[in-house]
Every structure is written in structure tokens, then in C-alpha cells.
Design a protein around this ligand. Structure first.
Ligand code: ATP
Length: 284
């Protein structure tokens, strides 16, 4: 296969708990993650080796080894000794530095795409272990759908997939550094933690009301202190019919949860929130 096109879906966190800081400096987390229909498109094409050439519609993205998609291609070439070059084009729709794991999604798509292109037929677990070398969210992005992530986010337990519930994402016009948010978090004084086992049960039952009331992200208390207006965006989403609302990852994107994509679309038409980028999508 000389060419392939793959989707790279964004993720949201339905719960995010930080259990403790590990001796290696990383935080031990427990998070229920969900892929959504907002996606980048990744186009892979074989070129004479061993070059990797990266292009994108998004000028802000690095085009060298700082790009996670580039790193993923390099890693796959080395790991499986592929004697080829690769042109990667990223059609970027997922906002950058938004708490939606856009970079990890692109890396996961490249790993899956190369696996298919070269008919490597490697088991998903092996590709996920490889993806971890690029970033903690990459294994989840390879697995997709609904899953509990533990460790630094790389240990994935698939849950009964939620799909089709509607979402409105509001992305304020600034980036948040994940590293800064974690460095400001005091694990010992966290005010409110998610009830992860209860949320897993609500997901099993597909109980949207309970899922909405169980949404909880311990990083909110850090990011909301830096950007208090995020609380207003959450309330705004609720006042426009969202069943629940939460910040995704370390932010700043905030999502509102709806029974259906149609409900989300209707709410988005009236939502306003000038200055924010608004995306209507669904769990997928
Ligand atoms: P997370 O939720 O995992 O913290 P995020 O959504 O906050 O991730 P990303 O959009 O994945 O953040 O990107 C954060 C950084 O990664 C940016 O500084 C960006 O330049 C870099 N980056 C590298 N490759 C990519 C890529 N393919 N897409 C987006 N960002 C990338």
C-alpha cells in the first residue's frame, strides 16, 4: 500500500483523578477517557527513503522531530526496520494545547497507519506499548472509545463504549501548559475527587444523567484559579441545556454533555461565548 488516510480523534476526560506524585516526578492518575468525532486527518504516502517529510494546513505545528506524528513515524521505521521514506500531511482540526490530546491522536494515527500500510499486523497491545514511548496519552488514542487510563495514563482498561452522546466543546483563545498545571497541583489538598468506580458503573448502564453528575476533573481547581472565566463557560453550557459540564485534561477546553448530537447542535446555535472556538461533536 503506497498511501493511506487515517482519522485521529480528539479525546475528553469524563473523570480525571491524580492519586499521588511518584518518585520519578510523574503523577499517578486515574482517568476515564473518551474519543470524540472532532478529528484531524492524517495522510501517509511512501516516498524514497529514509526521509520523513511533514506538512500541515496548520502553520503553528512543528514540522520536524518535535512533532509527535513525525516521532511516531521515526519510531515505527526503526522498530520494524522499514526501509522507506514517509510523507505525512496533517489536516489539523483539533485545537493545539487544548486538553484534547491532538498531538497524541496524530501520533496514534501514524502508528496505526504504518502498521496497516506495511501489513505488519502487530497486536494492538504491542503498538500501545510502543506509543507510550512518545507520550502517556498515545496508548489511549490507539485504543480509542471509552477506557479507564491508569499509571501515567498509559495503562488502558477498555470500558463498554459510550457513543453518540452529544458534546459542545468551548476552547478559549489561549493555551494551557499541562506541565504548569501539574506543577501547581497539591495532591494532598485536592477538594473534590471523582468516584471512578461509580462512574464506571454509570457507563456500563449508559446512564447519561448519572454520567453527567459524576463528571469530575481534579485539575479544574488549578486551571480555574488561573482562568476563573472557565467556570462561567461551564455555567453557560449548563444554562443552554447541557446535562453536565467539565474541563478536559489540563484545559482550557470545557465541554458540555448532551443526550444527542442534535441537542448539542441546537444548544450551540444559541450559545454565543464570543472569543471561544465552539465545536459540536459526539462521543465516538
Ligand atoms: P494533552 O491533553 O495530552 O495535554 P493537549 O491537547 O493539551 O494535550 P496538544 O495539542 O497535543 O496538547 O499539543 C501540545 C504541544 O505538543 C504543543 O506545544 C505542540 O506544538 C506539540 N505538538 C507536537 N506535535 C503535535 C501535533 N501533531 N499536533 C498538535 N500538537 C503537537
Amino acid at each position: 500500500m503506497k498511501k493511506i488516510t487515517i482519522e485521529a480523534k480528539a479525546k475528553i476526560n469524563l473523570t480525571l483523578d491524580v492519586l499521588y506524585k511518584r518518585p520519578d516526578g510523574y503523577h499517578e492518575v486515574e482517568s476515564i477517557m473518551q474519543t470524540v468525532s472532532l478529528k484531524d486527518w492524517i495522510f501517509l504516502k511512501l516516498i524514497p527513503g529514509p526521509a520523513i517529510e511533514l506538512s500541515s494546513n496548520c502553520q503553528e505545528l512543528p514540522r520536524d522531530e518535535r512533532n509527535l506524528a513525525y516521532k511516531a513515524a521515526r519510531l515505527m521505521m526503526e522498530e520494524y526496520q522499514l526501509d522507506a521514506g514517509m510523507a505525512i500531511h496533517i489536516d489539523k482540526n483539533i485545537p493545539i494545547g487544548a486538553g484534547l490530546a491532538g498531538g497524541s491522536a496524530d501520533a496514534a494515527a501514524v502508528i496505526l497507519g504504518i502498521n496497516e500500510m506495511f501489513q505488519l499486523n502487530r497486536p494492538r497491545e504491542e503498538l500501545m506499548a510502543l506509543g507510550k514511548k512518545i507520550g502517556a496519552d498515545v496508548p489511549f488514542c490507539i485504543a480509542g472509545k471509552t477506557a479507564l487510563a491508569r499509571g501515567i495514563g498509559e495503562k488502558i482498561l477498555p470500558l463498554k463504549p459510550l457513543s453518540n452522546f452529544g458534546l459542545v466543546l468551548a476552547k478559549p483563545p489561549y493555551y494551557v501548559s499541562t506541565q504548569e498545571v501539574y506543577s501547581r497541583l497539591n495532591v494532598k489538598t485536592i477538594q473534590k475527587r471523582p468516584d471512578t468506580p461509580a462512574m464506571m458503573e454509570h457507563i456500563e448502564q449508559r446512564d447519561i444523567g448519572e454520567i453527567a453528575s459524576g463528571l469530575c476533573n481534579v485539575l479544574e481547581e488549578v486551571t480555574l484559579k488561573l482562568y476563573p472565566e472557565l467556570e462561567l463557560i461551564k455555567q453557560h453550557l449548563i444554562s443552554h441545556g447541557a446535562l453536565g459540564s467539565l474541563m478536559s485534561g489540563s484545559g482550557p477546553t470545557v465541554f458540555g454533555l448532551f443526550e444527542s448530537a442534535r441537542d448539542a447542535e441546537r444548544a450551540a446555535e444559541k450559545i454565543g461565548l464570543d472569543g471561544n472556538e465552539i465545536f459540536v461533536c459526539k462521543m465516538q
